[in-house]
Design a protein around this ligand. Structure first.
Ligand code: GLN
Length: 483
């Protein structure tokens, strides 16, 4: 039996039918990690002992016929910017190379309470800044579909662990696309829900008004198992409000395919006018055809403010980064230099220079500059206004349309040694960023693989707190692809 190829919901059914035990399943996933991860490099920390201990507990509970959560016994990987008590949390940085979390993030506590089996912590771009995992202090995570390519980022370890059957479901985080873009690269399904749906307590902040935990899995149904568990208001995160749209009884019957009938999709004109990669464009056209065949309407829609998303995102996000990362002062947290120092400034300078990598330093410098007195008026406050404009325009669009559709990313996965400048990398995030700007739920769904084994992700973005509609349409789209 190869349990690790099953969907999480199939594993859950197997437990209920007593087809196999959680220990057998967990051991197979751990064996896969031992066999494949030397090459892929998805995991930073594997918590084998904890996982096996949990697996035995789960088997015992099933044996005693206790009522179990659908997540019980499902092998899970967690992005390494989210706290798991007594386990290292590196954020992909030398700064936190030896930091051990003293508590569980709220979402991790919920996973544990629901008997999910945590296999370990997975790789990311340093402090989630990037789109390839190449900025990780722990090296790049290779793409399981083609190991000469990157897995994407920043949640590249999450997507690769699911894609290579080294976890059934993974938790990532999404500030500007970091759950959806690696899903597009690794042929997994990845969704960031509405901002505020899931507590950020225990997740290291990159840009706190954009950050939201997300889920990467093998299909839409598996996403819902995890969202059901981790959704909810948390008094320890004042920006969390919970979201009943993530916690309801889904219809997984064959009828679910009808969920596309009468739905209205908008495709931004500015995206179609771009110089898109040919394969990305043709997959997008196929996706549109499938939607139409299943009774949906897809229209071009003019939304000019989307032309300003990249600049606006970079100003606001870098400002928030500079402020959030100030806490790594090597007194309360983080790497401390071995060099001799006379003053506290010298100590900060040496420790932070050694602890942070180039990308993080670049963003802290830009952010600090943007927030400094004269520039704040010129850049930061203006960018806040543009964010407001984008929000207004998208709200208008969502009065007439249920969803926005586009490719998740404009190009195929980068080759590991492709030379991409930071600016080119920032520009490539244009399709994923709008959802974070306005707090909307957004999902990347894989198109069937081509002959080279690679696939393109199609992105649906929905109205805030209408995550249920987004998941239902996604399920229907997934079913129509597999028909
Ligand atoms: N690639 C984007 C960036 O580098 C997104 C990062 C993220 O979502 N964490 O900013």
């Amino acid at each position: 039996m190869t349990f690790s190829k099953l969907k999480a919901w199939e594993i859950a059914q197997g437990y209920r039918n007593r087809d196999f035990s959680c220990e057998e399943v967990t051991r197979e996933f751990l064996d896969n990690i031992k066999e494949k991860d030397k090459e892929i490099n998805a995991y930073i920390t594997v918590t084998e002992e904890l996982a096996l201990k949990k697996a035995k507990e789960v088997d015992e509970k099933f044996h005693n016929r206790e009522e179990m959560s659908p997540l019980a016994g499902i092998p899970i990987s967690i992005k390494d910017n989210i706290s798991v008590k007594n386990v290292k949390m590196t954020c992909g940085s030398r700064m936190l190379e030896n930091y051990i979390s003293p508590y569980d993030a709220t979402l991790v506590k919920k996973i544990k309470d629901n008997d999910g089996v945590i296999l370990g912590k997975v790789n990311l771009d340093e402090f989630a800044m990037g789109a390839s995992t190449r900025t990780s202090y722990f090296g790049v995570t290779k793409n399981p579909l083609d190991t000469t390519r990157v897995s994407g980022g920043s949640s590249g370890g999450s997507a690769a662990s699911v894609s290579a059957n080294m976890a059934a479901i993974s938790i990532g985080s999404d500030t500007g696309g970091s759950v959806r873009q690696p899903s597009s690269f690794c042929k997994t399904v990845g969704m960031k829900p509405t901002y505020g749906s899931i507590s950020r307590f225990g997740m290291a902040s990159m840009a706190n008004t954009f950050d939201q935990p997300g889920v990467i899995a093998n299909d839409v149904r598996d996403l819902t198992i995890m969202f059901n568990v981790i959704e909810g208001r948390d008094e320890r995160d004042a920006t969390s409000v919970g979201n009943p749209g993530l916690n309801f009884d889904f219809d997984f019957s064959d009828d679910a395919i009808k969920n596309l009938e009468g739905k209205k999709f908008a495709i931004p004109k500015t995206y179609l006018e771009m110089d898109l990669n040919e394969r990305v464009r043709s997959e997008l056209e196929k996706a549109i055809e499938i939607l139409r065949e299943n009774g949906a309407q897809v229209d071009e829609y003019d939304i000019k403010s989307l032309n300003h998303t990249i600049e606006t995102y970079n100003i606001l996000v870098n400002g928030e980064i500079a402020s959030n990362l100030a806490r790594f002062d090597s007194i309360r947290y983080g790497h401390r230099t071995d060099k001799k120092f006379e003053t506290i400034e010298e100590m900060y300078r040496a420790s932070r220079s050694e602890g942070f990598g180039d990308e993080v330093k670049r963003r802290i410098m830009i952010g600090t500059n943007i927030l400094s007195m004269d520039n704040a008026e010129e850049f930061y406050y203006k960018a806040l206004k543009v964010r407001g404009l984008i929000k207004r325009d998208m709200d208008r669009m969502f009065k007439d349309y249920d969803f926005m559709i586009c490719p998740t990313f404009p190009v195929l996965p980068f080759k590991i040694d492709d030379n991409i400048s930071p600016v080119e990398a920032y520009q490539a995030d244009l399709f994923t960023i709008p959802a974070n700007m306005v707090g909307s739920p957004s999902i990347s769904l894989p198109m069937p693989a081509g002959q080279d084994g690679l696939s393109i992700g199609i992105e649906f973005t929905g109205k805030r707190f209408k995550d249920k509609n987004l998941l239902q349409a996604s399920l229907a789209f997934e079913r129509s692809l597999n028909k």
